[in-house]
Structure formats: structure tokens, C-alpha cells
Write a protein that binds this ligand. Structure first.
Ligand code: GYE
Length: 345
């Protein structure tokens, strides 16, 4: 019932925007949909579930898979009408997208937030409009947690801890458990849950190892190009880096490029060891070659869980406030070839 009412609202707001845009247009909310949008977007069927997704951007392989899964999951054949907005790595674009969804009266908002803070006001607007908001992938940090329905994504802190524990066990097995180890970290977008969790989870383990020296943290913004530059700087600044922690695979690709160009060798018998997060296909191929020592999985296929949540809400069932996806890790000693045969990403 609620769904149908909202879709009617969606259509009337849609029509209203059209009138405003083609008519006088005076006093138009700058966040209202543009004429081009109206032309390019089809209309939802009356009982479609209308979902507005605000995506971070397209900064990494992980993100490409994450987006693809949303598009493949929320199809019109299955009764969904998807409005997808790419935030291009800017929070202000994401806030605008949310306001556009509210104006259109969508049934659900799915937000993959770039950073954790700064969402209180717009989430309150969604709540006031009666639109449930599902936070997916990274999380938000808001004063009042009732502003969103639930968070569906990874336990980034645990991913960070897994990386630390792996390194500790590995060094121990190589008789380097008590030796001085120099590390640098290529961090993700500062203030994003993926960055905060991975950095702090790893730091928790580091506290137990006084012989690990973290020489420097620098953000590579989750991109290959930025990480390449930061890695070049690290290599110019420090001459004895043992381990590079890359907070995502695309940054590992950039780091590897810079390390190879500097004439250094990667891997267990090389000069530098790389640990990474995500475990996308191209990175696993590098794990197989031993260029990445271990990769801590972050599952990008969140869409089915988001769909399950929406279906529960449609049936009026309660949903868990925090829903974490199961994750594992892969290292150079494992049979990556067999794994890749059945892996989707
Ligand atoms: O690790 C990275 C992407 O938020 C989990 O964002 C996501 C991260 C992922 O750009 O590759």
C-alpha cells in the first residue's frame, strides 16, 4: 500500500518538475531533476519498487563490480525501478542525489557513503519524508542512528586485524618475529569507513609488536594513479621499507608499478612485501605470482543482501541494524587458479 502511494507521489513530483522546467521555472529547487534527466529516464510501472542508489564513484575495480551487481539485481523485470546516481567521489554530489530521491518520492534510498560524517541533515530530510535509507558498503556516523534503517557491508576493522594477524604469523614462520620491520601504509579516502576500519584494525595488532615501525601513512584515495605517486614519494624518502599495506587493490597496482620502476623486487625473497584489501580478480593474479603476499577479501556483491533487506521491509518484517558479509583472505601459498575458476569478481 505504502509503496503504491509513494509511486503516485513519484509520478506527480515528476510531472510537477516537468511543468516547472518547461513552464516558468521560477523558484525551482536547484536539486530538482533536470530536463535532460526527464528525457533520459523512463517512468516506473505503477507497482514497481522505486530505489534511488547514491554510489561513491568509479574509483576502483571493487566499485565497478559493486555497481554492476546493483544494476543486475534491481531490474525492471523483477519489479524494481532504479535511479542510479554516481557521486564522482564528492559528498556534495551524494547529498544532492539524496535530495533528488526525496523530491521524487522514491520508496527506498540506498547510500554507499564516501565518508562517515556529514549526513545528519539530509538523512533527517529522508526520515521526515518517510523514506527508509539503507546504508551499504561504507557506513555513516550520525548522532541519531534511527536516521537510517540498517547498514549492510563489511567489517572493515576485522579486515584490518586479519591483515595484521597474517603478517605476524608470516614473520614468525620466517624467523623474523623479533626483527625490526619497517612499514608504510597507503590509506584509502580519509574518513571513509573502509579506511578507518582497515587502518585501526591493523594498528590494533601493531600495538602488540614493538618491532614494527610504521614509517608513514599517506592517502592514495583508493586510486591507482594517486597510489603510484605516493609510493614514489615513499621510495624516495625511505630506503628500507619491508612491508607496504595497501588499503585496496587498485592502490596495490599503483604501488607495484612504482616499486618495479625503482628496480626493487617484490615478494617473499624480494625487497618489499605487499598486503592488500579487496581481493579482486586482477589482484588475485598478482597473489598467484607472489607480488602481493596476501589479500584480505572485501565482498563487493552487496546488492543481493540489500534486495533481501528491501523485501523484508516490504513484508513488514524487522531487519538487523548491522549486517556484515562473511569474508576471508588469500595468500601466495594458496591454489588461486582453482579459486578463480568459480569466483565472480
Ligand atoms: O575497498 C575500494 C573502494 O568501500 C569497500 O572502496 C569499499 C572500498 C574498496 O574504492 O576498492
Amino acid at each position: 500500500m505504502i509503496k503504491r502511494r509513494r509511486n503516485n507521489l513519484f509520478i506527480s513530483v515528476f510531472a510537477l518538475c516537468f511543468v516547472l522546467l518547461t513552464g516558468c521555472g521560477a523558484g525551482r529547487d536547484t536539486t530538482a531533476t533536470s530536463e535532460t534527466d526527464l528525457e533520459s529516464e523512463s517512468m516506473p510501472d505503477e507497482d514497481d519498487i522505486v530505489i534511488g542508489i547514491s554510489q561513491v564513484g568509479s574509483e576502483s575495480d571493487w566499485r565497478t563490480t559493486n555497481t554492476k551487481a546493483y544494476i543486475e539485481t534491481f531490474t525492471q523485470e523483477k519489479g524494481y525501478y532504479l535511479i542510479f546516481e554516481d557521486g564522482q567521489q564528492k559528498q556534495e554530489n551524494q547529498v544532492k542525489a539524496l535530495r533528488k530521491f526525496i523530491l521524487k518520492g522514491v520508496d527506498y534510498i540506498v547510500l554507499d557513503p564516501i565518508v562517515e560524517t556529514g549526513w545528519d541533515a539530509v538523512l533527517k530530510e529522508a526520515q521526515d519524508a518517510g523514506i527508509p535509507v539503507i546504508i551499504a558498503d561504507r557506513n555513516v556516523s550520525v548522532e541519531d542512528e534511527s536516521l537510517y534503517t540498517c547498514h549492510v557491508g563489511s567489517d572493515f576493522m576485522q579486515e584490518g586485524r586479519n591483515a595484521g594477524e597474517w603478517l605476524a604469523a608470516y614473520l614468525e614462520s620466517r624467523g623474523r618475529g623479533k626483527k625490526e620491520i619497517n612499514l608504510v601504509t597507503l590509506q584509502g579516502t580519509l574518513g571513509s569507513t573502509a579506511q578507518i576500519g582497515r587502518t585501526s584494525g591493523f594498528a590494533e595488532v601493531m600495538e602488540k609488536h614493538a618491532n614494527w615501525n610504521m614509517l608513514e601513512y599517506q592517502s592514495g584515495d583508493f586510486t591507482q594513479a594517486k597510489a603510484y605517486e605516493v609510493m614514489e614519494y615513499f621510495l624516495e624518502t625511505y630506503d628500507d621499507i619491508d612491508v607496504v599495506i595497501c588499503e585496496n587493490d587498485n592502490m596495490a597496482f599503483g604501488a607495484i608499478e612504482a616499486i618495479k620502476e625503482a628496480g626493487l623486487k617484490l615478494g617473499k625473497n624480494g625487497d618489499i612485501m605487499i598486503l592488500s584489501f579487496d581481493a579482486v580478480r586482477d589482484a588475485l593474479l598478482l597473489v598467484q605470482k607472489g607480488e602481493i603476499m596476501a589479500d584480505f577479501e572485501c565482498n563487493p556483491i552487496i546488492a543481493p543482501l540489500v534486495e533481501e533487506t528491501i523485501q523484508k521491509l516490504e513484508r513488514g518484517e524487522p531487519v538487523e541494524k548491522v549486517q556484515h558479509i562473511d569474508e576471508t583472505y588469500f595468500d601466495y601459498r594458496m591454489d588461486i587458479e582453482t579459486l578463480l575458476e568459480s569466483r565472480e569478481y
